[in-house]
Write a protein that binds this ligand. Structure first.
Ligand code: SF4
Length: 303
């Protein structure tokens, strides 16, 4: 089965992904962090090359001011990832450790990222279990209600110790190209013969529906001498970022409203024109906004 899987991967795998064609551990690490919440195509075509053009080494990332890093991360969301990358770059002084346990001690590196760095970067014989691989494992072994530990144990049973890196990448691609959450393509799957869950694959991977929360937000826009007033965010989610000053719902000077989604939130954002401002603010020239650490919500409101 391992051999069939590798043959399938050789012919069908996503070998062109840039982070699969590098030995630079920082590049592999960066790709894993970006891929946590962002689609592969967008990471490959936009964010990964742009970020590396600005910060080509982990050392250069650690030496850059946090605001610059957050600005380069703009559009990717989940800004704690950028703050943790920056912290890790500073703590390691540009050189990541190669041991799984040491990697786990670094900010923002959990068990998945540590194992991905060890397997994809250092070719260590270790299992890597992302959501795609977990889905394959659950179906392959017909595991109902399996927890993470259970899935890890089964993934370890399946691991090809001689070709662990290719094996993990093959399972990942199989999950993303064939063993899809809905309507998996079992008829052309190389694991079909041995797969115990192929008769009812979706039974093993039923997911709970995400509950969305609706929120209404109110922001003011105040421009003076071609500069806009922004404020420093306070919540931990957007820490270090700049946002529009929040206002109380107003009767007058309404500009427009728009919809925006963020994690589990479905936001209605209302914008108002302000004649004056009481809050302490930071003035950013309108033509420098693109380089400021602002979220995609603020971009949507202004650009
Ligand atoms: S046979 Fe179907 S359910 Fe089993 S691993 Fe392949 S695609 Fe997934």
């Amino acid at each position: 089965m391992q051999k069939t899987l590798l043959q399938w991967y050789e012919a069908n795998g996503r070998h062109e992904l840039p982070w699969r064609n590098t030995t630079d551990i920082y590049h592999i690490y960066l790709s894993e962090i970006m891929l946590q919440q962002t689609q592969v195509n967008r990471v490959r075509d936009e964010y990964y090359p742009q970020f590396l053009a600005k910060f080509p080494t982990l050392k250069s990332l650690g030496e850059a001011p946090l605001e610059e890093v957050l600005s380069a991360w703009s559009g990717l969301g989940y800004y704690s990832r950028a703050r943790n990358l920056h912290k890790t770059a500073q703590l390691t002084q540009g050189k990541l450790p190669s041991e799984y346990k040491e990697l786990l001690k670094l900010p923002g590196i959990g068990s998945y990222t540590a194992s991905a760095i060890c397997s994809f970067g250092h070719h260590q014989g270790i299992t890597v279990v992302d959501t795609n691989i977990a889905r394959v494992i659950k179906r392959f072994y017909a595991l109902l209600d399996a927890n993470a530990k259970n899935i890890d144990t089964h993934a370890a049973q399946l691991l090809n110790h001689k070709e662990s890196r290719a094996h993990n990448l093959a399972l990942m691609d199989l999950g993303s190209l064939l063993c899809l959450p809905k309507n998996p393509k079992c008829d052309i799957c190389p694991l079909r013969e041995q797969c115990r869950g192929k008769e009812e694959p979706e039974l093993y991977t039923q997911t709970k529906k995400t509950k969305y929360e609706s929120l209404e937000l109110f922001y003011g826009i105040y421009i003076r001498n071609n500069k806009i007033a922004l404020t420093q965010t306070e919540g931990s989610m957007y820490k270090g970022m700049l946002e529009l000053p929040s206002v109380e719902p107003l009767e007058e000077d309404f500009l427009r409203s728009f919809k925006h989604s963020y994690t589990k939130y479905r936001l209605t954002v209302n914008l108002y024109h302000l004649e004056e401002i009481e809050k302490k603010c930071i003035w950013i020239a309108m033509d420098e906004l693109h380089a400021a650490p602002i979220s995609s919500l603020v971009k949507k409101a202004l650009l």
